[in-house]
Design a protein around this ligand. Structure first.
Ligand code: SF4
Length: 407
């Protein structure tokens, strides 16, 4: 945690150390923190319900935050490469509110360089009219928070939608002309889940031809959530069962022709998320909204995680306390550790020359070379020329390998 508390761009003393001007591609994230209700496992910054007046002021604040960036000139020659509207539940915004977001933000950004634009949707609040509006704004990709198609699992998780509603949303043929890609997110190792119930969920999702991307995250029971508070009473699958589920997901995706490109992500060729790959490769991104994170090397920071705090911080546009909850400056050593940690989780792997150019540190000193060769021998890594990439099995052991390889 840094000691500087500042409000975004006007704090130019912060930005003189940020190497923004050589940057060409930028990812833009917009956080919509409103949800219909709070899921029992949820550890994200999101609030149930949402007074229309508050939502409207929040959207105006997002527009103002972008204006602060524009006015400061710090975006330099950066071109927006990807946009990701996440949450929370972006589809919880009604048509009027999305229209306001269009006016406050989307109509002001240069869309000509955008290669991918994703919107997270939840089945209970998505409608085809909203889909049409997203597409009109420029969205190319929807990703639906399905989590499970088992009624009991959905209920235990406190999800606001039924399995039928999720299938109806994914199965809507009218999506075909609107978006390049439709994806589904699921969670596995849920309380009471078995390989059979997971398999039913997978079969139903993967049998829908328009689904081209699947994210499958193992449940994390976070402290401070209802799941966290009742952890001891939850019938969680054993570690072995969770590992079997992971394998099952990989097998079902392979049968469907989807490749695994990150430990939790699978896609048909050409439908991998460009935005997520940019995060994992330490490319620069700006996050707008309460609790949104940004990273422009070497700085990383997160906006205030509180709707009112965020709105008032942005509206003053001056230095104030607590507008940023977290900020840090990555040292070359920290950057090298993160590149190792993230690189071993996905097919982009680690390139020795790129690693050295970005960190000034060698990826392959003698001691580490031995360890890396050992992983190649045991089928966890592949090595070609100066590139080291995890195998699908290696992705499962990414954290273990990263720990052993840490400088
Ligand atoms: S819909 Fe998503 S962000 Fe909202 S409470 Fe549920 S898990 Fe959290």
């Amino acid at each position: 945690m840094g000691t500087l508390f500042y409000l975004f761009i006007p704090a130019l003393f912060v930005w003189r150390d940020v190497y923004f001007f050589g940057m060409t591609n930028l990812s833009l994230y917009i956080h919509i923190p409103f949800c219909l209700q709070k899921c029992r496992y949820c550890d994200f910054y999101s609030v149930p319900g949402g007074d229309p007046l508050v939502i409207s002021r929040y959207i105006d604040a997002i527009g103002r935050e972008w204006g602060i960036y524009e006015d400061s000139g710090v975006l330099g020659n950066a071109a927006i490469n990807t946009v990701y509207v996440g949450g929370g539940t972006p589809s919880a915004l009604d048509l009027d509110m999305w229209g306001r977001l269009e006016e406050a933000l989307f109509s002001r950004i240069n869309k000509s360089t955008i290669r991918e634009w994703s919107v997270e949707c939840n089945p209970e609040s998505f409608t085809i009219e909203k889909g049409r509006m997203y597409a009109k704004s420029g969205a190319t990709r929807l990703t639906f928070g399905v989590q499970s198609l088992n009624a009991r699992e959905l209920s235990v998780c406190g999800r606001a939608h039924s399995a039928e509603k999720a299938i109806e949303a994914l199965g809507d043929e009218r999506l075909d002309g609107l978006f390049d890609s439709i994806g589904a997110d699921i969670i596995y190792a849920l309380p009471g889940q078995t390989a059979d119930t997971l398999d039913n969920t997978l079969s139903a999702i993967l049998s829908i031809p328009r689904v081209k991307h699947l994210s499958a995250y193992e449940l994390t029971v976070a402290d401070g959530t209802p799941f966290g508070r009742h952890k001891k009473m939850l019938p969680l699958p054993s570690e072995e069962s969770a590992a079997e589920m992971y394998e099952l997901i990989g097998n079902r995706c392979t049968e469907r022709g989807m490749g695994q490109y990150e430990v939790s992500n699978y896609a048909l060729a050409g439908f991998e998320s460009i935005h997520n790959r940019a995060y994992w490769s330490h490319k620069p991104y700006i996050g707008l909204g309460a609790s949104a994170h940004s990273y422009i090397h070497p700085k990383r920071w997160s906006n205030a995680a509180g709707i009112e705090r965020y709105i008032s911080a942005v509206s003053t546009g001056t230095l104030i306390n607590n507008a940023v909850d977290f900020e840090e400056t990555l040292t070359p050593l920290e950057l090298s550790r993160e590149i190792i940690f993230l690189g071993l989780r996905g097919i982009d792997g680690i390139d020795e020359d790129d690693f050295a150019a970005r960190t000034g540190i060698s990826f392959c000193p003698e001691g580490r070379k031995e360890i890396l060769r050992g992983y190649v021998g045991s089928g966890l890594l592949k090595n070609s020329d100066k590139k080291w990439t995890p195998t699908p099995r290696g992705m499962l052991f990414a954290d273990m390998m990263a720990r052993e390889l840490m400088l």
